[in-house]
Design a protein around this ligand. Sequence first.
Ligand code: DC
Length: 229
Amino acid sequence: VARRPIIAIDGPAGSGKSTTAAAVARALGYTHFDSGAVYRAVALVALGSLGPPETWAGAAVAGAAGRAPVAVHAGGGRFVVLVGGAPPGDALRSDAVTQEVSRVAAMAEVRDFVNGLLRSAAVDGGVVMDGRDIGTVVFPDAEVKVFLVADPEERARRRLRERGRTSDSDAIAMEAGALQARDRRDSTRAVAPLVQATGAVLIDTTALAFEEQVRQVIALARAATFGVP
Ligand code: DC
């Protein structure tokens, strides 16, 4: 039986991938999967069970994630990540996790572990998945691939707004610096670096209203999957 379509949305931190992916999934009746949440869950487990981050080895981190276990569960139009059977909630967005997540995301053993979860969750398709390597590595045969970008300052403003923090120019500059440092780590790592996939459509959201970027992705999906439920 042919699977339903997969929509892959990749891009740097703060480009609006997850909110866009969630809105597109809702509009199409697909299930949203934020793959970054799985990497965050792995970082959370490592922080709680291994020693200082500088000493972490890939096999140990992947092993700890498997034992926790980090798992994925579908419900309510989206996939949620579970740690030891329970949703970790706000802990995934903590500063400690945000700080260490690109370290674990650079580990080949961790990426193999996470890719297994992502691929089995989406085996039947009908999924909008956002991340860094969904169109390049996880689902290179995705029907629709989007690469979302935005200027660092605009991404910083959105991030600060999301977290209810004030966005004066100092705060924006600091947040933009942190986002760019993470982009650099994600784009220059040896395994599955952040790059625009072959066949991905580039959408620069710097000057786009949210509804407009959602509309553009839905239009791409409709065009690519015409006649497919
Ligand atoms: O999108 P995010 O900020 O929640 O992602 C957290 C980290 O996980 C980020 O540093 C990049 C990494 N990541 C990745 O390497 N591959 C993915 N498919 C998704 C996220």
